[in-house]
Design a protein around this ligand. Structure first.
Ligand SMILES: Cc1cc2nc3c(=O)[nH]c(=O)nc-3n(C[C@H](O)[C@H](O)[C@H](O)COP(=O)(O)O)c2cc1C
Length: 386
């Protein structure tokens, strides 16, 4: 059997093949409520042949939403999410939900709640300063991860993905640039990693072996003075040692300080500026090129960094970033990655996995123009095909 289309165990879950639909905030939850559009979005991906789809983004608490139109996982939302997991399972795929806390990336103005950060700094999206997260805040947020994971298991998810990337709350704590604290959560790496490790442990204790626990970890913030690969490999090793996660999905970049490093490819500055409310939109129009610094796209652009993790860990790893072809998937599995994840290539063609299965020479139509990225402020889609 073709390894890409062979099933794999992910902790207690079985995934029918090695292709994961990576998190792409769907913008299908106005006011934080599950809609039919969210169900249909994931049904299409499941019917398109992925092994597992990822619902995104689901905050663990109200101030952890990116803005007021993101979900936070409480019992009513969990009941709505059951319709998503049922639809995905009906089509033969597994379902994961990305659990996170946006931390300093949260739009405090939209949420009408202060954004939490390891320190106090300015967030241009909400045009407000973050609030210093006290130890009491961190205890509450950590417990909220456990509650949310339990609700996710009850809602029928096969896995949760803990967001440890992109300078969202936990990733901001990992960053020596953003985290200048002098308490138990700041300073040396084992202190900056405390929140990540405690969250993973709390989630594992909450769900036991009912569902898989994965984390999306930054290998590198791609920000001078930020969290980098040496420290990230160490954090991954600690997670492995603790036995609290079943797999890591490896990412890079910072929604706060270097967003284009997450994607690489073209920076759609004009479209971003148009998507933002004033005055953030005005600011982007003026300084967009500096903020949205471009990186050339390369197939599997995170593979070089991810190889370090593969060499040093035995934990299952999911390769992400510019995976668009069957030959890249073959390479990833041959190099010991257990799964691959795709975001943009599946936004333009949700049925790409099924087509690749029928004909491995099929080429993705995604041109990494990134015009899909600003659509997260209205209805996430590929505008090239819409
Ligand atoms: C429209 C869009 C929305 C995204 N939303 C999220 C998100 O909610 N959470 C997250 O961790 N990553 C998000 N990402 C990043 C992707 O999961 C992925 O890390 C990135 O696009 C690189 O993968 P790709 O080259 O396969 O597109 C988003 C990407 C896109 C294009």
């Amino acid at each position: 059997m073709d390894p890409v289309f062979s099933p794999v165990r992910l902790g207690p879950a079985t995934v029918r093949n090695r292709i994961v639909k990576a998190a792409t905030f769907e913008a299908a939850t106005p006011g934080g409520v599950v809609t039919d559009r969210l169900v249909e979005f994931h049904r299409r991906h499941a019917e398109g042949g992925v092994g597992m789809t990822t619902v995104a983004f689901c905050a663990v608490s109200p101030e952890g939403r990116t803005d007021r139109d993101a979900m936070w996982l409480h019992p009513e939302v969990a009941a709505g999410l059951r319709t998503v997991t049922d639809a995905v399972h009906e089509a033969g795929a597994a379902a994961s939900v990305q659990l996170g806390h946006a931390g300093p990336v949260a739009n405090a103005r939209s949420n009408q709640l202060p954004a939490l950060g390891p320190g106090r700094f300015f967030n241009p999206l909400g045009m407000r300063r973050t609030r210093f997260a006290t130890e009491a805040d961190l205890t509450r947020v950590t417990a909220a991860y456990g509650t949310a994971a339990l609700l996710a298991a009850d809602a029928g998810f096969d896995a949760v993905e803990l967001h440890f990337g992109h300078n969202y709350l936990i990733s901001a704590f990992l960053s020596p640039l953003l985290n200048r604290r002098d308490d138990r959560y700041g300073g040396p790496l084992h202190n900056r990693a405390r929140l990540a490790l405690e969250v993973a442990r709390t989630v594992r204790e909450a769900v036991g072996d009912r569902i898989a626990v994965t984390a999306k970890l930054n290998m590198d913030d791609r920000v001078r003075g930020g969290f980098g690969i040496e420290e990230s490999v160490q954090v991954a090793a600690w997670l492995q040692e603790a036995g609290t996660v079943d797999a890591l999905k490896l990412t890079a970049g910072s929604s706060l300080l270097n967003p284009m490093a997450i994607f690489t490819g073209d920076a759609p500055v004009r479209e971003f500026a148009a998507a933002f409310p004033k005055p953030a939109g005005w600011g982007l129009r003026v300084s967009g090129r500096a903020f949205l610094r471009e990186y050339p796209f390369r197939e599997a652009y995170l593979l070089d960094r991810a190889r370090r993790f593969r060499a040093e860990l035995s934990l299952p790893l999911i390769l992400l970033g510019g995976v668009t072809s069957k030959s890249t998937m073959d390479t990833a599995l041959a190099e010991g990655f257990d799964l691959v994840a795709m975001a943009r290539a599946l936004l333009i063609e949700p049925d790409l996995p099924a087509r690749l299965r029928a004909d491995p020479t099929v080429q993705s139509r995604c041109t990494h123009c990134n015009l899909c990225v600003p659509t997260i402020y209205t209805r996430t889609h590929c505008p090239v095909t819409a």
